[in-house]
Design a protein around this ligand. Structure first.
Ligand code: ADP
Ligand code: ADP
Length: 226
């Protein structure tokens, strides 16, 4: 089981700011769940707590049956894709994708197999020897996705991954991400403030405001209300 259970999660930053308040949510295995809401409402903070990059002030977080409050990010079986790609500029595409696996001491031939498979899924198999600066924005975003895919995580976290792409590419990548979700059969938690992204990709939408969940429902219900 790769579901997530967030029970009464709170985040109070060291300066006293209460960014996430009593966040209760059960995420099913294989959902493509979307967090929406205005800037500053606590979407990224929540995502970062799920990744383990930000400490939880109170509450419990389960991945499957495991309480992960004190589990290090690298041991959470979660991969995160950021909007700014965060690729290593001096490394080839291959090495960017392989890096996380090397750190985890995955055998070399297994790394090669996973990188080549992910590259094929993403259509970047001809770019493996290039450096990031020799890639277009869309190609870079695919490499960033590839780096997450090779880890074969139970859960993908994506924080506005398409926001730096131009409108046309965004439309294309939306469709690709939906296909990818079906192909990989994993749980995706996706942060956006783009209503079209939420409408077209999400199986469920979580609407946040001022650190509080306002509504959880399917896209039709959220966007067809008066
Ligand atoms: P969103 O992703 O929805 O735009 P964030 O989760 O980034 O929102 O931020 C939620 C709130 O927490 C914002 O008001 C932000 O200013 C505040 N915040 C974020 N990081 C910190 C921090 N390190 N210290 C104090 N406040 C923070
Ligand atoms: P290393 O010697 O760096 O530990 P390998 O022997 O697996 O790792 O590969 C040597 C280098 O060749 C890799 O770091 C990578 O840059 C490149 N490489 C390996 N396989 C491929 C591939 N299928 N396509 C492109 N480059 C590859």
């Amino acid at each position: 089981m790769a579901g997530l259970n967030l029970r009464k999660i709170n985040k109070i930053y060291p300066n006293g700011f209460h960014a996430v308040k009593d966040f209760n949510l059960e995420i099913e295995d294989k959902e493509f769940i979307i967090f929406v809401g205005p800037s500053g409402c606590g979407k990224s903070t929540t995502l970062r707590m799920i990744a383990g990059l930000e400490e939880i002030s109170s509450g419990e977080m389960y991945i499957g049956d495991n309480l992960v409050n004190d589990v290090a990010p690298k041991d959470r079986d979660i991969a995160m894709v950021f909007q700014n790609y965060a690729l290593y500029p001096h490394m080839t595409v291959y090495d960017n994708m392989a890096f996380g696996l090397k750190m985890r001491k995955v055998p070399k031939d297994e790394i090669k197999k996973r990188v080549e498979e992910a590259a094929t899924i993403l259509g970047i198999e001809d770019l493996l020897k290039r450096k990031p600066k020799q890639l277009s924005g869309g190609q870079r975003q695919r490499v960033a996705l590839g780096r997450a895919i090779v880890r074969e995580p139970k859960v993908f976290l994506m924080d506005e991954p398409l926001s730096n792409l131009d409108a046309k590419l965004r439309v294309q990548m939306r469709a690709e991400l939906s296909k990818l979700h079906q192909k990989l059969q994993t749980t995706i938690i996706y942060v956006t403030h783009d209503q079209t992204e939420a409408m077209t990709m999400g199986t469920r939408i979580v609407v946040m405001k001022d650190g509080i969940i306002q509504q959880v429902a399917d896209p039709q219900t959220i966007y067809n209300q008066p």
